[in-house]
Design a protein around this ligand. Structure first.
Ligand SMILES: Cc1cc2nc3c(=O)[nH]c(=O)nc-3n(C[C@H](O)[C@H](O)[C@H](O)COP(=O)(O)OP(=O)(O)OC[C@H]3O[C@@H](n4cnc5c(N)ncnc54)[C@H](O)[C@@H]3O)c2cc1C
Length: 302
């Protein structure tokens, strides 16, 4: 449990309305699951982030960086520590010629929309990914043949010691749904996207096609965290799960989606434990039937 002294100090760094004590994480994740975080702070700028991370490190208080919570499963007990949310309060988007500079809390859908408005091509694939720029870069989010690594040219971060650092495409070591930032506790503050001039009608058509595919294939009508598992080499996780006979498999309120077996959906009052139980059953059955180890893509926070 976070102490009064720590809370008082945090209150000196950010306006009081940005600090939420005992904040239910179910309200901050797309899964709509998760107990309370001791403290959640909505970050507004890089300076606040530096002061807070430096301080929390100094007093050895744990913290976690939250974007839009769209790739996250939070424990039913919640999080004993501080959540720093880099979200809508830090979401400025600037267009500089064929480049877009976006703060980490901007939604990928907003950045893609800005690209469309300026007839810039390269981000069509990202228009329906419900995450922030920061979360997207850390996870190297991708869809329909595109990945952020193809268009990101610079990533500004803050280190736990409160230093500003800059990564480029090489030092980001992008891989499938991963980057160098997953190994370090850096917080992304700003990202520069390098796009190309395109034709507005074609860009729009590209985005509409991606949305159509999403609506058709994904259970967007239920809360979820997207694909639960990474794609195993040579297979599709959803197909393996379906072939293992697990379509519609349900524990409590967590269900293997009937529409896309790679998704676990919250069909009503699912607990994190329900989801973990479904994950563990899937992994066991897929391993038994096909000898494939499924690795989770979603992040479990406890
Ligand atoms: C319906 C649905 C569809 C989806 N479709 C796709 C898809 O097509 N492709 C895809 O790749 N993903 C998809 N996802 C998953 C998810 O949207 C992406 O992984 C997204 O990039 C996560 O961003 P976020 O801001 O929500 O991150 P969060 O879930 O908040 O966090 C994810 C990770 O990133 C870290 N993080 C977040 N912000 C920062 C920051 N500023 N600095 C440092 N670390 C940070 C967190 O600490 C955590 O480790 C989907 C999810 C849903 C619910």
């Amino acid at each position: 449990m976070i102490s009064e002294t720590v809370i008082e100090t945090l209150q000196s760094f950010v306006p009081e309305e940005n600090i939420h004590l005992q904040e239910p994480m179910a309200g901050r994740t797309t899964f709509r699951i998760g107990g309370p975080a001791d403290c959640l702070i909505e970050i507004e700028n890089e300076e606040q982030l530096k002061q807070i991370t430096r301080y929390l490190n100094l007093v050895e208080e744990r913290y976690f960086i939250l974007g839009n919570g769209s790739n996250l499963l939070v424990s039913d007990r919640g999080y004993a520590g501080t959540i720093l949310q880099v979200g809508r309060k830090m979401s400025r988007i600037l267009v500089e010629g064929t480049r877009i500079r976006a703060q980490a809390g901007a939604l990928l859908s907003q950045v893609s929309k800005t690209a469309l408005e300026h007839s810039l091509t390269g981000l069509e694939f990202a228009s329906g990914i419900p995450g922030t720029v920061g979360g997207g870069v850390v996870m190297n989010a991708g869809a329909y043949g595109g990945e952020l690594s193809q268009v990101v040219t610079q990533v500004n971060v803050v280190s736990p010691e409160g230093e500003s650092l800059e990564f480029d495409r090489e030092t980001m070591e992008f891989g499938y749904r991963t980057s160098a930032l997953r190994k370090h506790s850096f917080t992304v503050t700003e990202v520069l996207f390098d796009l190309k001039e395109g034709e507005k009608g074609r860009i729009q058509a590209g985005m509409e096609e991606c949305s159509r595919l999403r609506r058709e294939k994904q259970p967007l009508e239920y809360p979820s965290a997207g694909s639960v598992f990474k794609r195993p080499e040579g297979y599709y996780a959803g197909k393996l799960i379906m072939d293992a006979g697990m379509r519609g498999y349900q524990t409590g309120g967590a269900r293997v989606s009937d529409k896309h077996c790679g998704f676990i959906v919250n069909v009503g009052k699912a607990t994190a434990q329900d989801v973990l139980d479904v994950i563990s059953e899937i992994r066991e059955r897929v391993k038994m039937r096909f000898g494939v180890d499924l690795e989770t893509e979603i992040i479990y926070l406890e």
